[in-house]
Write a protein that binds this ligand. Structure first.
Ligand SMILES: [Zn+2]
Length: 114
């Protein structure tokens, strides 16, 4: 159900942005979703399509989901690594578990095309 809450926040934001920019019927909403989030493009689109029924301004809008790679940085040796398909979050170079996620944690509204 994470996606539902995330999509509701997203729709709220999109509606605000449309009002602010005078967009009456945006065609495309582009969002970036990090690989490190648990959101899938399928469920985000599903909830978006449900939510837009309640928002007349979004009736023609399509959601485009772009993936952002999850990147972690080792705090010990500075090694950067992608977390895609990696089960362990320890550094591949020095083995330290002290990894900080630098990208790919968020869902970001990137662009609204009118
Ligand atoms: Zn390391």
């Amino acid at each position: 159900m994470h996606e539902l809450a995330a999509t509701e926040r997203l729709v709220e934001l999109v509606v605000q942005e449309c009002e602010r920019n005078g967009l009456r019927e945006p065609k495309r909403i582009i969002i970036e979703v990090g690989d490190f989030t648990s959101y899938t493009a399928e469920s985000l689109s599903f909830y978006f399509n449900l939510a837009k029924k309640n928002e007349p301004v979004l009736k023609a809008a399509e959601l485009e989901v772009r993936n952002v790679a999850a990147i972690a940085i080792c705090q010990k040796c500075g090694e950067e690594m992608s977390l895609k398909g990696v089960s362990s979050k320890s550094c591949r170079k020095c083995g330290s578990g002290d990894m900080v996620i630098r990208a790919g944690r968020d869902l970001v509204l990137k662009m609204i095309e009118g």
